[in-house]
Design a protein around this ligand. Structure first.
Ligand SMILES: [Zn+2]
Length: 267
């Protein structure tokens, strides 16, 4: 009990971080260097797993060079340009891209296809990469991790408290309460918020890097249209739910992004 509450106090005290993108206080007890270490670990584990399964990684040098150049341009205009950005291309037909913390990006080849892919041209590919780089800059992964650990600890503390006192019958309730709080409120709510933030931040990043921000809207319009089709479970549709609100937000942010894009192209 004492250890648990001590740990909780420690987390709450050390958990206050400043967001590089917004300058606002956020809750994240992972130092930035930890993001990099964690991301590198996920990155090399993913590469090893692909190798084990016989799935080619970085097998298309032309596409890989294109991805690297896009990541270089977008990360250079981001809020954390000095992170060790890297991109890995996995040659499967999965329609997805993801960001490990600290700047390690993973892109699946199935994401684009000039004819009928979710991503059909360079600007659209840049839009996806910019969205992922925005997640990295906003440090959404380790923020979510910090919340999860803390919520679990609060729940454990509630259970321990109830078990050790006359409130034993509330132990189960505290455990269930923790799960509901975690699943129902924080995760759902924050992940939507995170996606919204990554959309907005990514739109500005791509525009500043010289990619046409209108491409971001095209992807999500297409995604919304294709959504009723047979999408594989591992696809971008499962991790990035497109919806009208999301598109509406992007539409609102487009004029500012277009101004940044046009300012960049006239230089
Ligand atoms: Zn996202």
């Amino acid at each position: 009990m004492k250890i648990l509450s001590g740990l909780l106090c420690l987390l709450l005290l050390t958990g206050c971080a400043t967001d590089a993108v917004t300058g606002k206080k956020t809750y994240n007890f992972s130092p930035l260097q930890k993001d990099v270490e964690l991301g590198s670990q996920i990155y090399s584990e993913t590469a090893a797993e692909m190798k084990q399964r016989g799935i080619p990684v970085n097998a298309d040098p032309v596409r890989l060079a294109q991805l690297k150049e896009m990541v270089r341009r977008i990360s250079a205009v981001s809020d954390l340009p000095d992170l060790p950005y890297e991109v890995m291309l996995i040659q499967t037909n999965i329609v997805n891209a993801m960001a490990a913390p600290g700047g390690k990006l993973i892109v699946y080849e199935g994401l684009w296809n000039p004819k009928d892919g979710l991503v059909q041209d360079d600007n659209e590919l840049a839009a996806v990469l910019a969205h992922e780089i925005a997640h990295v800059n906003c440090r959404h992964s380790t923020e979510a991790m910090s919340r999860t650990v803390t919520v679990n600890l609060v729940s454990d503390l509630g259970v321990t408290f109830a078990k050790n006192t006359k409130y034993e019958k509330y132990a189960q309730l505290a455990a269930v309460g923790g799960v509901i709080l975690y699943d129902g409120l924080l995760v759902m709510c924050y992940s939507r918020t995170d996606e919204k933030e990554a959309d907005a931040v990514g739109l500005m990043y791509m525009a500043k890097a010289g990619y046409d921000p209108r491409a971001a809207l095209r992807i999500w319009e297409r995604s919304a249209r294709n959504r009723n089709g047979a999408d594989p479970a591992a696809s971008i549709f499962s991790t990035h739910p497109p919806d009208a609100v999301r598109l509406e937000n992007l539409r609102k942010q487009l004029p500012a992004a277009l101004t940044a894009y046009e300012a960049g192209s006239s230089r």
